[in-house]
Design a binder for this molecule. Structure first.
Ligand code: C2E
Ligand code: CA
Ligand code: CA
Length: 682
């Protein structure tokens, strides 16, 4: 007994716990180890015989007394933890275990074992804090977070609920794969099995069935029972849409929303492989708006943009949905006709496209009519790759432009080189000269004072066998560049002289005819010699022939020019400066050369009387012509107001649509006879 007492004493003194024994009947302390006694401010001796209440104090007794009946009456072990405030705001957590001591069925007493569990408490608190922090992290991020173990969802944040459309309670305990699109499941499984932690993309399925592209960032977390995976899901819908938008932009023309050049290549490639498989043809139409630059320059870039959009809309609505329309940049468009079009059908569509484009359009209040030049390449005969077909169609378009705008041209192998193209055009023009495909129209000039006919201007037209009437702006330039202008000019000269002579012979008013000569004609041939010969051949008196040249013609041709002009004057022919005001308008050449007449350019006339600057210029030109004793004609008179103003400015002659458009010979004759009988202005 003595022995076991000392063993107990040793154990009691060695344990870090606080240990005491209380008598069952009296609840007085029979024994306490040193730590217990010191904790409550006693010695091992002084504590013996004291009650629990005496030892712990009244306040604590009130806190714990409720536990005692369970030990004393029910003879159960009881465990509770108390928070004890110590100095410096430090809290200590004490866990007390009260255990009944029963021997031979008799309740003898109770053991109180008090341990400091502050350390555990602090750890637990830290855990709670850290969990709280985690929760806050999870809530603060807009990114969805899910925690799963072996695929079973353990936890998630509100963002996860928002992303998936499910409530968190619905997700708990479910397998992650249930929310992944079927074709992505293998990939997710594979990633999870490998314990990989790299980011990857997958496809989530929202409760509504909508698919949501997501990026997944995964971390493995070792846990007591197996590895957890914490997964961060980033919704890629917005960035995918942005990407798709970028792709759209990269493939479409921003202005017209049509596919751009790059996209056309792709689409055409697809169309070609389909056509090849089905043994069908395709037609590639390369379109270019005539004089687009002029629209852009003379109206505004905004008007130019509007025009392009309008053209895009018309082209798109003219072709069928399965056909392609793309913008190649600038004013170039491409139309691809699918579904085995024949050349005849293609031609019919080309005509429809012309008509669609030529309907007048309203740009910022300005009515405008535009035309197209079009080149056509057929698959497979004109090429088998997008590049080849597009470049051939484009070459054909340039050919169409050369022949004269507002036309279309099928690609032919002879177009291939520029020189052969030129040759073809040259042939066409030569043929025109040889076969007499030209005709002259005449535009009357009148005296502003009384409306009397004062002269006729001969203007050439080309009666093209396929294209109908072609205007000089469309072929004079070509004739000049091909060196054919002299051929044309000679014909015009003779024809004009012959015609006027005929009218004179028939008894019609004896008025001069004016012809236009290009600068090149003066370089290429002896104009004076030609004129002399024409006059001699036709028998026309030189007084009835006027020659119109431009200011630039006079400037270009140097000394030789002067000789020619003087030679012409010597013949008795009159010389007029055409388009006066648009070139150098230098008084020096007016004095140097034997000029008889100025023709005020249409652009100034168009703007009178409302534009004061134009009015001032017209006035100045008129005054100058009077002081230099030159005759003066205003071109392009279209309104009675213009005619009135010109008269008031003392411009003696006028020409323009108001008086008459240029007319074919027979109509000119009719006009003249009618005009003769009209009452004159006094
Ligand atoms: P141009 O010599 O200035 O001829 C006048 C042009 O203005 C003609 O155009 C005529 O139809 C047009 N016009 C006349 N009145 C009016 C009007 O009131 N309003 C408007 N908007 N236009 C009017 P066309 O016949 O198309 O001739 C264009 C140009 O071609 C001529 O300009 C001339 O430079 C050239 N051309 C015409 N015939 C010949 C020719 O036989 N030989 C040469 N080398 N050039 C020619
Ligand atoms: Ca003229
Ligand atoms: Ca003119």
């Amino acid at each position: 007994m003595q022995d076991s007492d000392s063993i107990l004493q040793l154990i009691a003194d060695t344990t870090p716990a606080l240990l005491a024994y209380f008598d069952a009947q009296t609840l007085r302390c029979r024994f306490a180890n040193a730590s217990y006694a010191h904790h409550f401010g006693f010695t091992m001796q002084s504590i013996v015989g004291r009650t629990v209440q005496e030892i712990a104090g009244d306040a604590v007794w009130q806190e714990i007394r409720g536990y005692f009946p369970r030990v004393l009456v029910d003879q159960e072990s009881v465990r509770y933890t108390r928070e004890v405030l110590r100095g410096q705001g430090d809290t200590q957590y004490l866990e007390t275990v009260l255990r009944p001591h029963v021997a031979n069925g008799e309740f003898k007493g109770l053991v109180a074992l008090v341990t400091d569990v502050s350390h555990h408490y602090r750890l637990a608190q830290q855990m709670r804090d850290s969990e709280e922090r985690m929760r806050k992290f999870a809530e603060i991020t807009t990114e969805a977070i899910v925690l799963h173990q072996g695929g079973i969802i353990m936890d998630g944040n509100d963002a996860l609920a928002r992303l998936t459309g499910y409530r968190l309670e619905e997700l708990h305990g479910q397998h992650v794969l249930d929310y992944i699109a079927a074709e992505f499941r293998a990939q997710v499984l594979e990633h999870g099995r490998g314990g990989r932690e790299d980011c990857y993309e997958s496809m989530l399925v929202h409760k509504s069935g909508r698919r949501i592209p997501v990026e997944l960032a995964v971390k493995s977390m070792p846990g007591t029972d197996g590895h957890f995976r914490i997964v961060l899901l980033r919704d890629l819908t917005a960035s995918r849409e942005a990407q798709e938008h970028m792709d759209f932009l990269a493939q479409h023309d921003l202005l017209t929303r049509l596919p751009n050049r790059a996209r056309l290549h792709q689409l055409l490639k697809e169309a070609l492989s389909q056509a090849t498989a089905q043994r069908e043809s395709l037609a590639i139409l390369y379109l270019d708006i005539d004089h687009f630059k002029a629209v852009n320059d003379s109206l505004s870039h905004h008007a130019g943009d509007l025009l392009l959009c309008e053209m895009a809309r018309r082209l798109r609505s003219t072709v069928r949905p399965q056909d392609l329309v793309a913008r190649m940049g600038g004013d170039d468009f491409v139309v691809v006709l699918t579904g085995h079009p024949t050349p005849q059908e293609t031609e019919a569509m080309a005509t429809q496209l012309y008509q669609a484009v030529e309907t007048p359009c309203n740009l910022d209040g300005t009515q405008l009519v535009v035309s197209l030049s079009m080149g056509i390449a057929m698959f497979p005969s004109n090429g088998e790759t997008p590049e080849k077909l597009l470049s051939n169609a484009e070459a054909a378009m340039h050919m169409a432009k050369d022949i004269g705008r507002r036309s279309f041209q099928f690609y032919t192998a002879t177009l291939e080189s520029r020189s052969t193209r030129m040759l073809m055009q040259e042939q066409q023009l030569r043929q025109a000269v040889e076969q007499g495909e030209f005709e002259l129209h005449y535009q009357p000039q009148i005296a502003t004072a009384d409306g009397a006919l004062t002269g006729l201007e001969a203007l050439v037209r080309w009666r093209h066998p396929q294209r109908g009437l072609v205007y000089p702006n469309e072929f004079i330039g070509l004739a000049e560049s091909l060196g054919l202008i002299s051929e044309v000019g000679r014909w015009v000269l003779r024809q004009a002289c012959r015609q006027v002579k005929d009218w004179q012979n028939a008894g019609f008013p004896v008025v001069p005819v004016a012809i236009n000569l290009s600068a090149q004609e003066f370089l290429q041939r002896d104009v004076a010699q030609d004129v002399a010969q024409a006059l001699w051949e036709t028998g026309l008196d030189a007084r009835y022939l006027h020659i119109e040249l431009t200011e630039s013609t006079l400037m270009q041709s140097g000394g030789q020019m002067s000789d020619t002009l003087h030679a012409l004057k010597a013949l008795g022919v009159s010389l007029a400066i055409d388009d006066f005001g648009t070139g150098y308008s230098s008084l020096a050449y007016l004095r140097r050369h034997p000029i008889d007449k100025l023709k005020i350019d249409r652009t100034f006339v168009t703007d009178v009387p409302h534009d004061p600057d134009a009015t001032a210029i017209v006035n100045a030109i008129v005054q100058m012509s009077h002081s230099l004793h030159l005759q003066i004609v205003a071109e392009g008179v279209e309104t009675p107001e213009q005619l009135d103003l010109l008269r008031s400015l003392d411009c003696t002659e006028a020409q323009g649509y108001l008086i008459s458009r240029p007319l074919p010979a027979d109509q000119t004759l009719a006009w003249m006879s009618q005009h003769l009988n009209k009452p004159r202005r006094k």
